[in-house]
Design a binder for this molecule. Sequence first.
Ligand code: PPE
Length: 305
Amino acid sequence: MPFTPAEQIWMNGELVPWDEARIHVLTHSLHYGTGVFEGVRAYETPDGPGVFRLTDHMERLHQSAKILMMELPYSVEELVEAVKLTVRASGLPSCYIRPIAYYGYGEMGLNTLPCEVDVAIACWPWGAYLGDDAVTKGVSMKISSWTRHDHNTMPPAAKTTGNYVNSSLAKVEALKAGYDEAIMLNNAGWVSECTGENIFVSRGGRLITPPLVAGALEGITADSVMTIARDLGIEVRADHLTRSDLYICDEMFVCGTAAEVSAVNAVDDRTLPCPGPFTTAIAAEYAKAVRGQVDRYKDWVEHVG
Ligand code: PPE
């Protein structure tokens, strides 16, 4: 990831120089994948950087921690303030923000209950996640040979670091095979999500996205997209999708904080119309909403002050 770092990273309540934000090699979560994290974006606005749905992201971090029985040492409000401080201190007009909570140094073994919880927040400029052409030309997808983990193995509702082994396996497989991104099916064969995005398809004039029971993360971007779509007069519903539904859909897009709204031009080499009309309209409205340019969505943007 070639990036220009911010000067400082927030660690356990203090801003420390970027190069000094280090952890011990026996950090518990490094060994067992037991960290929880978020991905958030701040956008440039006339009133300074605005963080998109920051409180919702910090609430989800708390929910991930709760599923893991991890006690976060900071409240949602304190984390919101810490993110704002980190972005302000970076001086960056826009950036990607990575809050992470993890079991630190001092204990080993699978019992996490005695472990100290450390929290860090970093930010850096991060461009188009699936490539600069993702909105206009679209990206290609491969149905992964890897199955999405399910609710009784690695709960998808918890954004744990360990969950992303599954995503990395699928992502690397797709890239090595010449595709841009992977789609994962769950154990029952239903479409769940991509390695780092939720999925939407259009068929018969309405948008369909897999339900959370299919193993998708409850995406904050997906929630914003559903609101935007409905406000644009587009019907949206959650329903199970098969891989064939993806091959024959009228259009498809994926969305996430990092990927924003990215069009899909093919699934397993079956070409799709791209970008479709819903994708174009929703991507344009989303791009305005995150920058505080749409009155009805102004509350989604939390300025860093
Ligand atoms: N599913 C997965 C598996 C996922 O990782 C993300 C976000 C989403 C759906 C969309 O969630 P939301 O951001 O709330 O709309 N993926 C994050 C991590 C990307 C990374 O490479 O790291 C992100 O987009 O920040």
